[in-house]
Design a protein around this ligand. Structure first.
Ligand code: WT7
Length: 671
């Protein structure tokens, strides 16, 4: 890598940002990067020195095998060390850093009249209270705790309480269906589940406890009765100031299993000695869609994840003490784990914790919150940007956005049009846009600009973060040099990379390391341009990215074929103005079933119920037959073209029956 030549299409870091930045120019980035690659041990040991270690490491920062042909794949970071993540992100700041009175979170509810300030010392005392409740419920080191909560402070308390007692949290996004929740509880064999009675999302009231009870009933039917206790938060929006309930939800209750959070916390002591964990003990499991249709339980461990989320947060958002950081993701996704919970707290930062949606009660909600808390670093997804772009500049002009310094993007490739709007309208051409490429599996950013150092090209995630060594491979696994396009892989681990899939080391090795021995395979395609910039071209497996969320086509197909009238289903992605991609489903019906609007509705509902609202198909079309090869393989490439109404079909010679294509183009209009 070299300092890129000055070009018209590039955006350079603003001088005032550079003056105080951790990494002030591209040369400094290159130097630090070189050090991180040539001497990773020295590089990461300096980072580790920022933290508290009950026992220091005896091993190197990273010991690993990435090459399946040489044996099992493993990554170990700072072996022999003992520490506790919760202690490092809370006690360390309160006791040694004098940050007790500093605000850790500004909580902003769904409705603007719901808000709260949570200082570091308050956070610590609530976390300890919760940790003691968990202990009382019998939770021990290594036990799994499932968390199905909306974006309330109790979500952060619960995660950190788990970290404190050494339990492994498994946060399940509270927009997932009871089926998805059940699947994740069963795989993790959690003993405790933490949830809330309900939540408002925009104007809609959702009965979470009802969904939880359905999930637990399903678990029992399938022989999983691991959950013995369910802790239920009373959502503040469902109560008046005096605590009386002001909603019409029926909260189902099992007295032998369910406890109210506030009652359990009332006499729980607010001090709790942390459990000292081995550096490679698991910190959490987070499920992500797998191309087989079964969600994969990605496992992250204590020391490496702490170091990596700490450092990426510090450098990628160029964090400084007076900052107010806001990541709009839900903690149910990795973005929230790394950049709402762990990364910001490890840095002693102040963040906004937002429960609501971008358009309620008005389409200027994001801009209102930026003004209200003087947000300086703002991190959101391209889908949100494209949604808000539609309303033009007017909603932004009502608010003062002059506090903003750095803007971030995550979740999917950002199209240059959205990038430019984000930069010029939201950032008033003053703020660099850091397009951060990463995955649930990578734990933190792996390809990303540094805001004061990297000249930006709209749509490119630019260069690797410290310690990350990307490579571009062709179909035969050969490394391509210079300008190239192919598979994006990494040739060595960094501290924050996943360690395994929960109870499925074999699946871990097959999914990420089998195809190209010696490399971690991301599943994304990428292009490296003449200046060495990386451009993500999207997934190259059977995964779709809808509004920044990965979905597996086979999981949706599995849901569709559960309908008694459906014989076969094939699902492909199709470009969507706001969501990036949306689902276009081809369904072949059984002989006696008719394709009607009613059926389409039923199928949409079925997918929502099986997976969750994010997976709701936009298009369902009748497919009397599917384009197949003679060996019966569905040609998805052809279906993708049909979904896009693009007749540039290329070679169709492998099709068993080419007439199917014309038939599907004709049926398409009815979708
Ligand atoms: C997939 C990972 C990482 C947190 C959110 C998603 C896509 C993510 C970018 C980006 C282009 C991106 C990739 C990746 N992706 N960020 N900046 N540019 N694509 O986590 O659910 O594990 O999804 O999201 O396809 O593989 P995830």
């Amino acid at each position: 890598m070299v300092v890129p030549d000055s070009q018209d299409n590039m955006f350079y870091p603003p001088l005032d940002l550079q003056q105080k930045a951790h990494v002030q120019d591209f040369e400094t980035y290159l130097e630090l990067y070189k050090k991180s690659i040539e001497n990773p041990d020295a590089f990461w040991k300096e980072v580790a020195a920022e933290f508290f270690w009950k026992k220091p490491a005896t091993g190197p920062t990273l010991r690993y095998n990435f090459d399946l042909t040489k044996g099992s794949v493993f990554v170990k970071c700072l072996e022999g060390a003992k520490t506790n993540v919760c202690h490092n992100v809370l006690d360390r700041h309160v006791n040694e850093g004098n940050l007790g009175e500093k605000v850790a979170y500004y909580w902003e509810g769904n409705s603007p009249d719901q808000h709260a300030e949570i200082t570091y010392s308050h956070l610590l005392s609530r976390v300890c209270g919760c940790a003691n409740v968990l202990k009382k419920l019998g939770v021990k080191k290594g036990d799994r705790v499932s968390i199905y909560l909306p974006m309330v402070p109790e979500l952060v308390y619960s995660m950190l309480a788990c970290a404190r007692v050494g339990a492994v949290h498994s946060v399940v996004f509270a927009g997932f269906s009871s089926e998805s929740l059940c699947e994740r509880i069963t795989d993790a064999q959690s003993s405790v589940l933490i949830t809330a009675d309900g939540v408002y999302r925009g104007e809609k009231l959702i009965n979470l406890k009802q969904i939880v009870d359905e999930a637990l009933a399903r678990c029992r039917e399938r022989g999983c009765s691991s959950v013995t206790k369910c802790l239920v938060v009373k959502h503040p929006a469902l109560r008046t100031k005096t605590g009386a309930s002001c909603h019409k939800l029926q909260t189902p209750w099992d007295r032998s299993r369910d406890l109210w959070w506030d009652e359990a916390m009332r006499d729980s002591p607010d001090q709790c000695e942390p459990e000292w964990m081995d550096s490679e003990d698991p910190l959490f499991i987070l499920y992500t869609s797998g191309s087989t249709g079964k969600p994969k339980g990605v496992v992250h461990t204590v020391a490496g994840y702490l170091l990596y989320t700490y450092l990426t947060f510090k450098y990628v958002f160029d964090h400084h003490p007076g900052d107010v950081f806001w990541c709009t993701a839900d903690i149910g996704w990795i973005t929230g784990h790394s950049y709402i919970t762990y990364g910001p707290l490890a840095n002693g930062a102040t963040s906004v914790l937002f429960e609501g949606v971008p358009t309620y009660p008005h389409v200027g909600r994001f801009w209102e919150i930026i003004q209200k808390y003087k947000v300086s670093k703002f991190y959101t997804a391209p889908t949100a940007i494209r949604l808000l772009m539609k309303y033009g500049r007017e909603p932004l002009q009502k608010f003062d956005l002059s506090s903003l310094r750095v803007l971030g993007s995550v979740g999917e490739p950002i199209n240059p049009e959205a990038w430019l709007w984000y930069h010029s309208v939201v950032g008033q051409s003053r703020c660099p846009v850091v397009d951060t490429f990463w995955q649930t599996e990578t734990g933190g950013h792996v390809l990303t600009p540094l805001p004061a150092a990297t000249p930006l090209k709209p749509g490119s995630a630019t260069f690797p973060f410290f310690g990350v060594e990307p490579s571009v491979l062709n179909e035969h696994g050969e490394e391509l040099q210079g300008e190239a396009e192919g598979y994006l892989v990494f040739r060595r681990p960094w501290p924050g990379i996943m360690r395994t899939l929960h109870k499925n080391q074999e699946g871990f090795e097959n999914t990420y390391f089998r195809k190209f021995p010696g490399f971690y395979v991301t599943g994304d395609g990428c292009r490296r341009d003449k200046d060495g910039y990386y451009w993500i071209t999207g997934r190259i497996d059977d995964m779709l990215n809808v509004s920044g969320h990965l979905l597996s086509t086979s999981e949706v197909e599995g849901a569709l074929t559960q309908h008694p009238g459906v014989a076969e289903a094939a699902v492909v992605g199709r470009p969507h103005q706001v969501k990036g991609e949306c689902l276009h489903c081809f369904v072949s019906l059984k002989g006696n079933t008719e394709f009607t609007l009613g059926l389409v509705q039923e199928l949409k509902t079925l997918v929502r119920e099986k997976i969750g609202p994010i997976a709701t198909p936009d298009f369902i079309q009748n497919a009397p037959a599917l384009p197949k090869t003679r060996s019966g393989k569905i040609l998805r490439r052809v279906l993708r073209q049909i979904a896009r109404n693009d007749r540039d079909l290329g070679d169709l010679s492998t099709l068993a029956d080419p007439k199917v294509v014309e038939l599907l183009f004709n049926q398409r209009n009815e979708a």
